[in-house]
Write a protein that binds this ligand. Sequence first.
Ligand code: ADP
Length: 254
Amino acid sequence: MSPSNPAASLLAVAGLHKSFGANQVLKGIDFTVHAGEVVALIGPSGSGKTTALRCLNGLEIPDAGTVAFAGGPEVSFSAGFKPKKAQILRQRSAMVFQGHHLFPHLSVLQNVTVGPLEVQKRPRAEVMEQATALLARVGLADKAQAYPNSLSGGQQQRVGIVRALMLKPDLLLFDEPTSALDPELVGEVLVVIKELAQEGWSMVLVTHELAFARDVADTVVFMDGGVVVETGPASQVLAAPQNPRTQAFVQRLL
Ligand code: ADP
């Protein structure tokens, strides 16, 4: 995206529907992410946040709806959609999972370089230089040769963030990035995410950390029962929500 046009839309999501068997999980989800914007998806457990996030990069294939990145073709989902056609979305975004998603038999350096080398087929020297810089950036320069099981949960999650950054995505997706961590390790991961937000990365975060959402998100999307109930500036949705369902949720957690 052009830095001279910070309000340009990077991602447009419209009418996402998704069922698992008889369980209708997404009932028409719409939202937009602007370049440089941090969007937090919040809402009760089971409201469909993670499913919506996974639909953005084709980890779940919606039954209906459209997902479009700026400068790319609109991906339109319908019955019989060929999952391979969602590949185009995966080239634009990278997901940071809840945890335990590193390859246990690969070192930290191998974990973060395997995608760029094997999938993106980028030159080795460039990939190694980028990995070294990014590991240093998240305070893990001395862990490049370590294996995941020798790292703390917070360190593993920072490796997961580096692995996503290595792909040079336009959009970072975070699925409850701290929910698997012991409380004392949450802060070190949130600090890295906040710094990335301040650097101008565009991101969509599923989080139950409402104080963190208030701190870093520009926009909050409140979901309940598979629909977007309320969306708006984080300061407004979290401090003065309009919808009674949002009010009840926010009051309970903030
Ligand atoms: P949230 O992130 O808001 O907690 P989820 O998107 O994880 O919500 O889940 C919403 C609903 O979808 C839940 O009822 C969950 O059991 C169901 N669900 C999610 N993923 C799957 C799946 N792969 N197969 C079957 N049901 C699923």
